[in-house]
Structures are given as structure tokens and as C-alpha cells.
Design a protein around this ligand. Structure first.
Ligand SMILES: [Mn+2]
Length: 466
């Protein structure tokens, strides 16, 4: 797939200038991040907002947009012969910048002077909240703001403008997201084929990541490949799969333009689920449908989350693990015993899109408050949905022994939770499925051209596929 034309980047920057109105917009690109010594680095990942406006995938750049004088400059250093010997030929800084419609480049050392000049003219310096230590040091040098105060002093107009632009995906962005989702489906299909007794979590993770890397993609986040699915973010591969267990995979690719896919799958390690597992898996599919049936422009995502929660409580009541009115059980927060996370999150250049700019701005409308109650506090996305929004839907059902013990000891939600019956379920682990959605003008659709298995029959078929 072709990279975006320079017009895309020119248009994005011009829209940003219009929205913020005045001042100097400061963008710090990411540098190389040492793993254990300077030359042994983590996989390089450009800052997503820098990438969105300046397209460049190289380390060690910064940029300013002076709205008041309508100038745009990328700061960076030309490669020395030592750099070229180490990492090979690269186009000049000027050539790299031309590709995104910027003709003005300066050495990185000039950035401080540029910022000082703007400050002396009384211009507002807009910057984003930093999430890397190097950027905190850099901002302190440039602006004299203590790292502890930088997030609070970041520019709200800049954050709000960028969030609103990046939240609405264009057709060309959706093409890239769908390409990433397709590779992500392949990663999951590899796991369905590989999961069987005697195989290790690490071996499956290797198959999953092979499907990603071999298609010129990199993983969008650390792979979760576990038989302990009740732990939402288990990043270690420690176990050997045993017959009768459920294997859970949460993995996704980012395409070469850095747009993400994010999918989850749950499957039996044996050929088939046990009757209990199948019952919970099918209840989970019902909650999935309860959530996705309502997705449309104007519908708050909180509503989809609550629909899933109510459906979960109804099912749990039928099974005998909950009691009382399912709607009350959901709205009181008792459902979070089995579903302690949010239904989903925005997705784009970041797998949790723009989480670094503040979940409150990305997933909540202006003035809408995020709950602090267990369960509801993990709802990253709650706002009314709009055409162009891309997000994940990932309800799950988890049996977390530590949470069961804690709530039981605290006598939490005793009107809704049947603790005596729940004891026998402590070893169940957990499961979820996750798909990626786009809000269209009149509804919603699943992203990707390839289909990830969802129903029990599809899961069994995928396990047996060659
Ligand atoms: Mn996700």
C-alpha cells in the first residue's frame, strides 16, 4: 500500500493551525531508546502525533508549527559518515521532509533558539504531555518546566484539536487499519492451529509473531498468549498447554504506516470445549452481540458497555452464579466481578489511540466525567459514537480467584453474587474475543477483509485448519 501523499500531511497541519488559532506548536519526535546500553536499542517507534503530522519515521527529530507566522520547520541532524557506516544510506533531512510538504529544515541545536525567540515575542508554546523520560528532560531544557508539572501545563487546545482530528479516521487511514486487521487475523489463525496439549505459550507466541513479521508488520503491542486468561494483561509466556484448558490470545499487528489492529481469541486446548466452557463461551458471544447490535452514530459507547453487562448478569443468573435483577446488578457495578475492564477503546496509530494525550479527552465528551468505581473506571471509551470512529469491542468473562476472595471477605454485592456457588469456578480462568469496528454514516461494521473465528463451530474449524 502506498504511503500518504504530501497533501495529506499539508492538509492535516493546516487543519490543526486553524483549530488551535495562534501560538507555536512544538512536536518532539521519539529518539532511539536504549535497552541495556546506548547502542542496543528497543525497536524504534515514532511518536504517533509526530507521525500523523510529519510522516517521518526517523529517530531524533522535532518540529514546530508557528501559527502566527505560518511557518513549519523540522529540526534534525544530517547523518555523519559514522552514522552511514553504522546504519547505511538514508535520504537527506531535506529530502525526507519534502515528502510531507515541508521545505524548511534546521539543525536540532537550533530548536532551543527557535523556542526562546517565540517566548521572547510572547507567543504561547503549545506542547503535548510527554510519556518518555527523554522528552521530559528535553522539555525542561527548552521550556524550564519541571517534569512533574509538564503534563498539567501541556496545551489543552492542542490536545483537543489533535484528539478530534485523529478520532475521525479518513478513508485512506481505514485502508491501513484494515490491512493491519487482516494481518492480525492471520496471527490469530496461527494460534488456533497451534494450540494443543503439550505446546508452550511461547511456541504459540512465536507462530503468532511469525505471521506478523513475515508480512512486513510489527506487533502493535506485546502479545498476550496464555492459559491464565483471567489475568487481563499477562505478558509472560510461562506455561505448557494442558488438555481441558482455555487458551487466550490478544495480539495485533501495526502496518508499515503504524496503524494498528487489535484482536482477541479464546479457544479450547483440547479439540473441544468442556460443556461448562462452552456455556460460558456462548454467554460471552451473547454479550458480544448485545454490545455490537447497538453500535451506531449517536449511541454512547457506555450504552453498548452496559448492554453487555446486563446480558452478562442475565446469563450469570441463569447459571446460578448471580441473583436479583440483572439490570440492577449491572448498573450497581456487581457485573465487574466477571468483567472488570471496559468494553473497548479507540484504535488508530496507537492501539489504545492517544492514551498518552488523556483518556478523558479521547473517550469522553467535553464535560463528561469518568467514574472512579471499580469496573466503570476502566471504561476507556464512553462517549457518543461518530462516523469515522474506530474502536475495539472486547467483552470478556473472567473468574479471578483473588477478586472473588476479596469481594467475598468485604461482603460486596451480596444481593447479586452467589459466592457459595462461585467457589467451584475459581479455576475456570477467563476468556474474551475482540474485533475492531468502524462507525459509518448509518451504523457500524467490522474492520478487515478476513474473518476471525467467533462461533464455537468456527473455532473448531480453525483449530483443524491446515
Ligand atoms: Mn484491545
Amino acid at each position: 500500500m502506498k504511503p500518504f501523499s504530501k497533501e495529506t500531511y499539508i492538509q492535516r497541519r493546516s487543519e490543526l493551525k486553524k483549530r488551535v488559532g495562534s501560538g507555536l506548536l512544538l512536536f518532539l519526535g521519539n529518539g532511539e531508546a536504549p535497552m541495556n546500553y546506548a547502542d542496543n536499542t528497543y525497536h524504534f517507534r515514532q511518536d504517533s502525533s509526530f507521525h500523523y503530522f510529519f510522516g517521518s519515521d526517523y529517530a531524533g527529530l522535532a518540529a514546530v508549527i508557528d501559527i502566527d507566522t505560518d511557518t513549519e520547520v523540522i529540526f534534525g541532524n544530517e547523518l555523519t559518515i559514522d552514522d552511514i557506516v553504522w546504519m547505511g544510506y538514508q535520504p537527506s533531512l531535506h529530502e525526507k521532509c519534502e515528502l510531507v510538504g515541508i521545505s524548511h529544515t534546521m539543525p536540532l541545536s537550533e530548536l532551543a533558539t527557535c523556542v526562546k525567540t517565540a517566548q521572547s515575542k510572547g507567543q504561547t508554546i503549545h506542547f503535548l504531555p510527554p510519556y518518555r523520560g527523554e522528552h521530559q528532560v528535553w522539555l525542561q531544557e527548552l521550556l524550564g518546566i519541571n517534569p512533574a508539572e509538564q503534563a498539567a501545563k501541556a496545551s489543552l487546545p492542542m490536545i483537543r484539536a489533535i484528539v478530534d482530528m485523529r478520532n475521525h479516521k479518513t478513508a485512506e487511514e481505514i485502508e491501513h487499519i484494515e490491512a493491519a486487521v487482516d494481518v492480525s487475523v492471520d496471527m490469530h489463525l496461527a494460534a488456533y492451529r497451534a494450540a494443543r496439549p503439550g505446546v508452550t505459550e511461547a511456541q504459540i507466541a512465536a507462530e503468532v509473531e511469525r505471521a506478523c513479521l513475515s508480512q512486513d508488520c510489527y506487533k502493535a503491542f506485546p502479545t498476550i498468549a496464555t492459559v491464565k486468561g483471567q489475568t487481563l494483561h499477562q505478558h509472560k509466556f510461562m506455561n505448557t498447554l494442558e488438555a481441558g484448558q482455555i487458551f487466550l490470545l490478544d495480539a495485533g499487528a501495526e502496518d508499515p504506516m503504524h496503524y494498528a489492529g487489535d484482536l482477541s481469541s479464546s479457544m479450547p486446548v483440547s479439540d473441544r470445549f468442556t460443556p461448562e466452557q462452552e456455556m460460558i463461551y456462548n454467554l460471552h458471544l451473547k454479550t458480544f452481540k448485545a454490545a455490537t447490535d447497538t453500535l451506531a452514530p449517536g449511541v454512547p459507547f457506555r450504552q453498548a458497555h452496559m448492554n453487555a453487562a446486563v446480558c452478562l448478569c442475565e446469563g450469570m443468573k441463569e447459571i446460578g452464579l448471580m441473583k436479583g435483577d440483572p439490570v440492577d446488578a449491572a448498573y450497581s457495578g456487581a457485573y465487574a466481578m466477571f468483567f472488570p475492564c471496559g468494553l473497548g477503546h479507540m484504535m488508530g496509530l496507537d492501539v489504545h489511540d492517544m492514551e498518552n494525550l488523556g483518556e478523558q479527552y479521547v473517550g469522553y465528551a467535553n464535560g463528561e466525567k469518568k467514574s472512579t468505581q471499580f469496573g466503570f473506571k476502566s471504561l476507556r471509551l464512553a462517549r457518543k459514537l461518530e462516523p469515522g470512529f474506530v474502536f475495539t469491542v472486547e467483552p470478556g468473562i473472567y473468574f479471578i480467584p483473588e477478586l472473588i476472595d476479596k469481594w467475598r471477605a468485604e461482603h460486596q454485592f451480596t444481593d447479586f453474587i452467589c459466592y457459595d456457588k462461585l467457589e467451584a469456578w475459581k479455576g475456570f480462568s477467563g476468556l474474551r474475543n475482540e474485533l475492531d469496528y468502524l462507525i459509518t454514516e448509518d451504523g457500524a461494521r467490522v474492520l478487515g477483509h478476513k474473518q476471525k473465528p467467533m462461533t464455537v463451530e468456527e473455532v473448531y474449524a480453525a483449530k483443524n485448519a491446515l
